[in-house]
Design a protein around this ligand. Structure first.
Ligand code: NI
Length: 191
């Protein structure tokens, strides 16, 4: 496995919509090795998720995992999930304010409205269908990663640029009220 370089904001690969993966491609040894690299790179960078185009492969695929993440200690666990050709659909119009950051946007966080419940349809890395509803703070993570695959970054969805902050200032001024909001969401949805 190889730890890949992560594209940084300003690189065009983050701004192009990705292309779908064909069943033959997904079965190939090359693509399976790429998926291993994607997961390994996400873990190495302590990311909650990583989209393929963030490591310069413009294919519609992302990995998500939250397991005792030091970057996000308040997040509920998400077991390793690889989404191939994902499609998200909001289940309701209700949104919550998520404080987001991104491995492709160094040292910046901001508030982004996200749907509290989304239906996720995709294939897993073996080509088996995934069809489930993700709720609460975890739903925000899925929306963030799928945005990448459409060539969007979280900054595009920040409505109030006054919420932008560095990690240090997030910890000083914004972490506590945000964690309170997250606790309320987790209490409601358990995820
Ligand atoms: Ni990101």
């Amino acid at each position: 496995m190889t730890i890949r370089k992560i594209a940084q904001i300003g690189h065009p690969v983050l701004r192009e919509p990705t292309r779908e993966v064909t069943p033959d491609e997904l079965r190939s040894a090359e693509m399976q090795r790429f998926i291993d690299d994607l997961v390994e790179t996400m873990r190495d960078a302590s990311g909650a998720g990583l989209a393929a185009n963030q490591v310069y492969e413009p294919v519609r695929m992302c990995a998500i995992e939250v397991v005792d993440n030091p970057r996000y200690p308040y997040k509920p666990r998400i077991p390793l999930t690889v989404l191939v050709n994902p499609v998200l659909e909001p289940v309701s119009d209700e949104t919550f304010d998520n404080y987001e950051g991104c491995l492709s946007v160094p040292n910046l966080r901001g508030v982004v409205p996200r749907h509290v419940e989304v239906r996720v349809r995709a294939l897993d890395r073996h080509g088996e269908p995934i069809d489930r509803v993700v709720r609460g703070i975890s739903a925000g993570t899925f929306q963030h990663e799928c945005d990448h695959l459409d060539g969007k970054v979280f900054l595009d969805r920040v409505r109030d640029t006054r919420t932008l902050c560095t990690w240090a200032e997030f910890d000083r001024f914004h972490r506590e009220p945000f964690v309170e909001r997250v606790r309320a969401l987790v209490a409601r949805y358990g995820e």
